[in-house]
Ligand binder design. Structure first.
Ligand code: DSN
Length: 416
């Protein structure tokens, strides 16, 4: 009875697979895995449970995942120069929840980046953090709207006495002021948590800020934006053993049971790729983002952050209010097989969330597909033709994308 629906669903999966190979994907929170890592999606681990730590599992039959998980943790310690790694969260939000559940008590004051200024939904009153306290204060911003105002923040810290600061965000053009706030946090025993989901690969590639060296006690992250995937979460730290024990409990049993061993094994593989190719990749990503921003600006788009060089990350933000707003522009681009998302910009009220002024662009996936500066210039031209000149560019997008089907910065070429 359900066989027809089963077959139709297989058909939809096939369509998605074919379609996305024809599109220019500029969603800033996504990336693609290499062919060899992706092919491991069907491994036996997809059926299995572990729980606990390697060598101390609650299940039998885990000797191979024990080896893989141990090696992954050892590699991450080298990559991020840290003593503690937690790889069991299955998403970035899951990692945040593991931390918030252990360190945030009801009524605690926590300072966060507001949603319009780029804060992630899990730092919001309605998100994960809001389950533990509603006493959230937004970081005050400088006049440009894209930076935290350090002096005002210090004043607010002294007045409001927060227990925790959550830095890092989802619209993340420039580094957050970890170093600038860390002395005051230390003096007042405030925990400084850094959500590095978007910039994990740039940190690992040593091309962005280094939060643990600058004074953050924890990095939470997802693993598949500027890092190579699979889609999971992690927590990294150099904190003392007592603090880390809490995180350990926060991750298991606090916020997960089984930790999805198939994607864990894939993360172990892609971490090897990142150790081999990550520094070059991170450098190319940032060069590409800057090139795309400059070219969009030259072609007449209102690219934000011009006075600061547009971006220091994988992202570019564009105010498209004069072109009909973020919702309309992202839909028009999607019809033309250019995929990105609408995004609020820091000057906007929260009530704009369905019809924001901005779009957010990420170049990390197209960089992984081998695109460089010339290709960024081409993408800017296609966006101009589509949005400013109001022409269809779908055929040209599909033609252009045909040449970028291999996943670079990988061991795919060495497959036997
Ligand atoms: N909401 C995602 C983003 O696009 O930034 C991250 O979870």
């Amino acid at each position: 009875m359900y066989e027809q629906e089963f077959n139709e669903t297989i058909g939809l999966i096939a369509k998605q697979n074919e379609w996305r190979l024809r599109t220019i994907n500029l969603i800033a929170s996504e990336n693609v895995m290499s062919r060899r890592v992706r092919s491991m999606s069907g491994s036996d681990f997809v059926h299995r449970y572990a729980e606990g730590h390697p060598g101390e599992r609650y299940y039998r039959g885990t000797n191979y995942i024990d080896e893989i998980e141990s090696q992954l943790k050892a590699n991450l310690k080298i990559l991020f120069n840290c003593n503690h790694t937690e790889v069991r969260p299955i998403s970035g939000t899951n990692a945040n929840e593991a931390v918030f559940s252990k360190f945030v008590k009801r009524e605690d004051v926590v300072m966060v980046n507001s949603t319009p200024s780029g804060g992630h939904i899990s730092h919001h009153r309605l998100g994960s953090l809001g389950k533990f306290t509603q006493n959230l204060i937004d970081f005050p911003l400088t006049k440009d709207g894209y930076h935290i105002d350090i002096e005002k923040t210090k004043f607010l810290i002294k007045a409001a006495k927060p227990k925790i600061l959550v830095l890092g965000k989802s619209l993340f053009l420039f580094p957050d002021p970890v170093q600038e706030l860390s002395d005051l946090c230390n003096e007042n025993r405030i925990k400084l948590i850094y959500d590095g989901a978007h910039v994990l690969g740039l940190i690992a590639g040593k091309k962005f800020q280094d939060p643990l060296r600058e004074g953050a006690c924890l990095i939470t992250a997802s693993t598949h934006k500027t890092f190579f995937g699979s889609q999971r979460g992690m927590i990294l730290s150099n904190m003392d053993a007592d603090g880390w024990r809490k995180i350990d409990r926060g991750a298991f049993p606090g916020s997960s049971s089984n930790h999805h061993l198939d994607t864990l094994a894939q993360l172990a593989l892609s971490t090897c790729e990142f150790m081999e190719f990550g520094q070059q990749y991170a450098e190319d990503v940032i060069t590409n983002a800057k090139t795309l921003a400059e070219e969009l600006d030259r072609l007449g788009f209102d690219v934000v952050g011009k006075e600061f060089g547009f971006t220091e990350s994988h992202q570019v933000a564009v105010n498209v209010s004069k072109c009909g707003g973020g919702e309309k522009v992202s839909r028009t681009l999607e019809i033309n097989d250019i995929i990105l998302n609408m995004n609020m910009l820091p000057h906007e009220p929260l009530s704009n969330h369905d019809h924001p002024d901005g779009v957010r662009i990420g170049v990390q996936e197209m960089t992984r597909c081998g695109m460089k500066k010339d290709e960024m210039i081409k993408i800017a031209a296609l966006m101009k033709e589509c949005i400013i000149d109001k022409k269809s560019v779908k055929d040209e997008v599909n033609r252009f994308r045909r040449d970028y089907q291999e996943i670079k910065y990988s061991f795919d070429g060495n497959a036997s």
